[in-house]
Write a protein that binds this ligand. Structure first.
Ligand SMILES: Nc1nc2c(ncn2[C@@H]2O[C@H](COP(=O)(O)OP(=O)(O)OP(=O)(O)O)[C@@H](O)[C@H]2O)c(=O)[nH]1
Ligand SMILES: [Mg+2]
Length: 697
C-alpha cells in the first residue's frame, strides 16, 4: 500500500435510517474498486462490512465498519455506519472524522426519523453532505417524492439534483448527469458496467429544464459568475465545476444523486462525483483543540509538516487481535515504533504495526499521514475519544458526547462463580461501545446493565456468550425503595439475659423523629449523669445503624430519621457493647412501628423532547405514570417537557415513548430525590415484599 498525499484522500461516511441501503452501497463500491471480486449482499450474509454474527443474523449493521480502496488515483476511506436507533451513536462518533457525509434516503419512503438525526450530526460537525436516493429499482419508488421529503424535512439545506433517473421501478436503468449532459445506462446483471450516451430525444426537454435549475443554483455561489450568467454569457464547464465545489465545501449546496445499490446502478457515478467534488481532509485548514495542561483552546494546522496529532474515534475488541484503535490523523505523520503521548490519560504509548481495515481484514500501512484513517493494535490504554500526539506538541481534541442510557436490566451470570469473568468481559465490550453502562446498585446489591434499547441489550447478551462464553440472565431491576417515619415516638429497648455465669444487660430509651428529605441520619447522645457509661454509646449508635439497614415495613433501608438516646441503665458486671447494640436495635424497631412509618420511592427528573403533535399523548401518558410536569418549552418544531416521575413507572419508558412518537421522541433522565409512595401503592409493595420473604424461608 503506497502513501497518499492528503489532497488525494477522501474520508466518506454512509449515514441513514436503518435499512435504507448504506451497507449495500458500500458493498457495491468495494466490488467496483476491485477490493471484492463479487458483489457482497446483506441478505445472504456475504457482506464484507456486516461481518459480525449478530449483524448477519439480524441483517442490520450494529457497529460501523471501515474499508479503504483506490478510486481514480484517490484513496477512499469508507465508514459504513448503523442506522438502527439502538446503535445510532456510533454514526455520531464517525461523523466527527469524515469529510463527506453521504446521507442515504430510500426512494420508497423518503426521510425517516434517523435520517433527521444523521442530518443534524452532519450539520453540527459542518460536514459537507450528499443525498443519495437509493432503491429506485423497487416498486413504489419515486425520485421526485423522495426529494420532496428531503426538502420538507431539512429546511436548512439547498438540495440540488445533479442527476435525474432514467426509467422507474422495475424499469429503472440509470441516470442522466446534468453536468456532463450524458446518459448512463447500466447493465441488468449488477456488474456495474454501463453505456455512456447522448441524451435520448424524448428526455431532452426534461433535461434542459433541470439543467437550467442546476445552473441557476450553482452560479449563485459566485457573484462574478452570476453576473456573467445573467448577461447571457456561456460559462465554461470548469468554472461551473469550481462553483459547485465551493458550494459543497462551504455547506451551501447539497447535491442529490440517485441509484440502486443492489442492482449496482449509479454507484460508479456516485464515486466519481465524490472524489471529484468533495474535499480532502485538509479543506478545513485548521482544527481546534485544548492545551492539556492549561485547558486553553489552541489551533493546529491540518498539515503533514506539523507535529503529529490524531483522534481515536473507535475501538474494537477483537477476540484474536486484542484491542484495535481506529484513528484519524489531524497533523503530522505516524510511523510504526514511534512513541506518542495520550493526552487524555497522560500516558505514553509505543506504536506497533500500523494497518487499515477492509471490513474485518487487516491490511498493513507503512505510515498514516495527515488526513488519513489508520488502525493500531495492542496499545496499553487507549480508547474512543483519546488524543494521541507528539509529546513535544501536546494537544487534546474534544470528545464526542456519549448519550445517556435509556434502558436498564438487572444482570447476573447463569453459572455461579462466573461473576469475575462477567465483569472482565463486560469491561471489554464497554471499551468498544461507550453507550453500555454497568454498575452495582449499593442498595439492591444488583448489577445493573444499561443501554440504548431492547435490541442493544440483547446484542450485549449475545456477544457475552459468543465472544467470552459467559451466559447471563436479565431481570427487571429492583426499585431501591427506602423507608422513613412521619411521626415521633419514644420507646425502650432492653436486652437482659441471665444464664449461669456472666449475663447480658443493656437498656436504652430512644426517641425517633423525622428529618427533612435527603438528610439521611443523625444520632444524638443526650445521656446525662452517666446512666449509660460513655464507652457503650458508640455501640448504641451501631445498633441503630444496623437496624436501619432493614426497615420494618418491607425490609428497605431506613432514611431521614433522627435518633436521640436520652435515657437508659446499665449493670456493673453484665453490660457489654454487644448487649447495648442489641438493646438499641430492639428499641429502634419499636420506635419505628409507633412513628407512622412510610415507604419512599426514587423520583427521576426527566427531560423529554417530542414533536408538537405528540405532546398530548406524551403528557397524558406521563400523568398515568404519576408524573408531575415541571414545565414545557418550545425548541424549534419540538417541545421539551420537564417532569418528575417515579422510577418504578418508567423502567420501560424507551419503547413506549418510541411507539407514541414514531421514534421521534428522545429523553434523558437522572435521579432527583425520594418521595413518599402513595398509600394504595405502598400497600402492594409491602405485601409483595412480605410474600417474597416468606418464599425465601
Ligand atoms: N431493491 C433494492 N433493495 C435494496 C437496495 N439497497 C438495499 N436494499 C435492501 O435493503 C435491505 C437493507 O439494506 P442494507 O444495505 O443492509 O441497509 P443499511 O442502510 O446498511 O441498514 P442498517 O445498517 O441496518 O442501517 C437489504 O435487504 C438490501 O438488500 C436497492 O437499491 N434496491
Ligand atoms: Mg448497514
Amino acid at each position: 500500500m503506497k502513501k497518499y498525499e492528503p489532497e488525494l484522500i477522501r474520508n466518506i461516511g454512509l449515514f441513514s435510517h436503518g435499512g435504507d441501503g448504506k451497507t449495500s452501497i458500500a458493498e457495491a463500491m468495494l466490488f467496483l474498486s476491485g477490493e471484492n471480486n463479487r458483489l457482497g449482499r446483506v441478505d445472504d450474509g456475504t457482506s464484507i462490512m456486516d461481518f459480525e454474527p449478530e449483524e448477519i443474523e439480524r441483517k442490520i449493521t450494529i457497529s460501523s465498519s471501515l474499508a479503504f480502496f483506490e478510486w481514480k488515483r484517490h484513496k477512499v476511506n469508507l465508514l459504513d455506519t448503523p442506522g438502527d436507533d439502538n446503535f445510532i451513536s456510533d454514526a455520531k462518533f464517525c461523523m466527527r472524522v469524515v469529510d463527506c457525509a453521504v446521507i442515504v434516503v430510500s426512494g420508497i419512503d423518503g426521510v425517516k426519523v434517523q435520517t433527521e438525526k444523521v442530518w443534524n450530526f452532519a450539520r453540527e460537525n459542518s460536514v459537507p453532505t450528499l443525498i443519495f436516493i437509493n432503491k429506485l429499482d423497487r416498486e413504489r419508488s419515486d425520485f421526485g417524492r423522495a426529494l420532496q421529503s428531503v426538502k420538507e424535512a431539512f429546511g436548512d439545506g439547498n438540495f440540488l439534483p445533479v442527476q435525474i433517473p432514467v426509467g422507474r421501478e422495475e424499469g429503472f436503468k440509470g441516470l442522466i448527469d446534468l453536468l456532463s449532459g450524458k446518459s448512463y445506462l447500466y447493465s441488468e446483471d449488477g456488474s456495474g458496467s454501463f453505456e455512456e450516451n447522448e441524451i435520448p430525444e424524448e428526455l431532452k426537454a426534461n433535461f434542459e429544464a433541470e439543467r437550467e435549475r442546476l445552473m441557476e443554483t450553482i452560479v449563485e455561489i459566485d457573484d462574478e459568475i452570476m453576473e456573467r450568467y445573467l448577461n447571457g454569457e456561456e460559462i465554461e464547464p470548469s468554472k461551473i465545476e469550481e462553483c459547485l465545489k465551493k458550494g459543497i465545501w462551504e455547506g451551501k449546496i447539497t447535491p442529490v444523486l440517485c441509484g440502486s445499490a443492489v442492482k449496482n446502478i449509479g454507484i460508479q457515478n456516485l464515486l466519481d462525483f465524490l472524489t471529484k467534488f468533495y474535499p480532502p481532509p485538509t479543506f478545513r485548514r485548521e482544527i481546534e483543540g485544548y492545551d492539556p495542561k492549561t485547558g486553553q483552546k489552541v489551533k493546529r494546522t491540518i498539515s503533514s509538516s506539523e507535529p503529529f496529532s490524531a483522534y481515536v474515534f473507535k475501538t474494537i475488541s477483537d477476540p484474536f487481535a486484542g484491542r484495535l484503535n481506529l484513528f484519524k490523523v489531524y497533523s503530522g505523520e505516524l510511523y510504526p515504533d514511534m512513541t506518542v503521548l495520550n493526552t487524555k490519560k497522560d500516558e505514553k504509548e509505543k506504536i506497533g504495526q500500523l494497518f487499515s481495515l477492509v471490513g474485518k481484514k487487516q491490511k498493513p500501512l507503512p505510515c498514516v499521514t495527515t488526513g488519513d484513517i489508520g488502525v493500531v493494535a495492542k496499545l496499553k490504554n487507549v480508547g474512543t475519544g483519546d488524543t494521541l500526539c507528539d509529546e513535544r506538541a501536546p494537544i487534546k481534541y474534544e470528545e464526542v458526547k456519549v448519550p445517556p442510557a435509556l434502558m436498564s436490566f438487572s444482570l447476573r451470570p447463569k453459572t455461579k462463580g462466573d461473576e469475575d469473568k462477567l465483569n472482565a468481559s463486560l469491561a471489554k465490550l464497554m471499551d468498544e461501545d461507550l453507550t453500555i453502562r454497568y454498575a452495582r446498585d449499593e442498595q439492591t446489591k444488583e448489577f445493573i446493565l444499561s443501554g440504548m434499547g431492547q435490541v442493544h441489550i440483547e446484542v450485549i447478551v449475545e456477544k457475552l456468550k459468543r465472544k467470552f462464553g459467559v451466559e447471563v440472565e436479565l431481570k427487571e431491576p429492583k426499585v431501591p425503595y427506602k423507608e422513613t417515619i412521619k411521626g415521633t415516638a419514644k420507646a425502650q429497648g432492653k436486652y437482659k439475659r441471665q444464664s449461669g455465669g456472666r449475663g447480658q444487660y443493656g437498656d436504652t430509651w430512644l426517641e425517633i423523629s423525622p428529618l427533612p428529605r435527603g438528610e439521611g441520619f443523625v444520632f444524638e447522645d443526650k445521656i446525662v449523669g452517666g446512666v449509660i457509661p460513655k464507652q457503650y454509646i458508640p455501640a448504641v449508635e451501631k445498633g441503630v445503624v444496623e437496624a436501619m439497614q432493614q426497615g420494618i415495613l418491607a425490609g428497605y433501608p431506613v432514611t431521614d430519621v433522627k435518633v436521640t438516646l436520652y435515657d437508659g441503665s446499665y449493670h456493673e458486671v453484665d453490660s457489654s457493647e454487644m448487649a447495648f447494640k442489641i438493646a438499641a436495635s430492639m428499641g429502634f424497631k419499636k420506635c419505628m412501628e409507633m412513628a407512622n412509618p412510610v415507604l419512599l420511592e426514587p423520583i427521576m427528573k426527566m427531560e423529554i423532547i417530542v414533536p408538537e403533535e405528540n405532546m398530548g399523548d406524551v403528557m397524558g401518558d406521563l400523568n398515568s405514570r404519576r408524573g408531575k410536569i415541571l414545565g414545557v418549552e418550545a425548541k424549534g418544531a419540538n417541545q421539551i417537557i420537564r417532569a418528575h416521575v417515579p422510577m418504578a413507572e418508567i423502567l420501560k419508558y424507551a419503547p413506549d415513548l418510541r411507539s407514541m412518537t414514531g421514534g421521534r421522541g428522545t429523553f434523558t433522565m437522572e435521579f432527583s430525590h425520594y418521595e413518599e409512595v402513595p398509600p394504595h401503592i405502598a400497600q402492594k409493595i409491602i405485601e409483595q415484599a412480605r410474600k417474597e420473604k416468606e418464599e425465601q424461608r
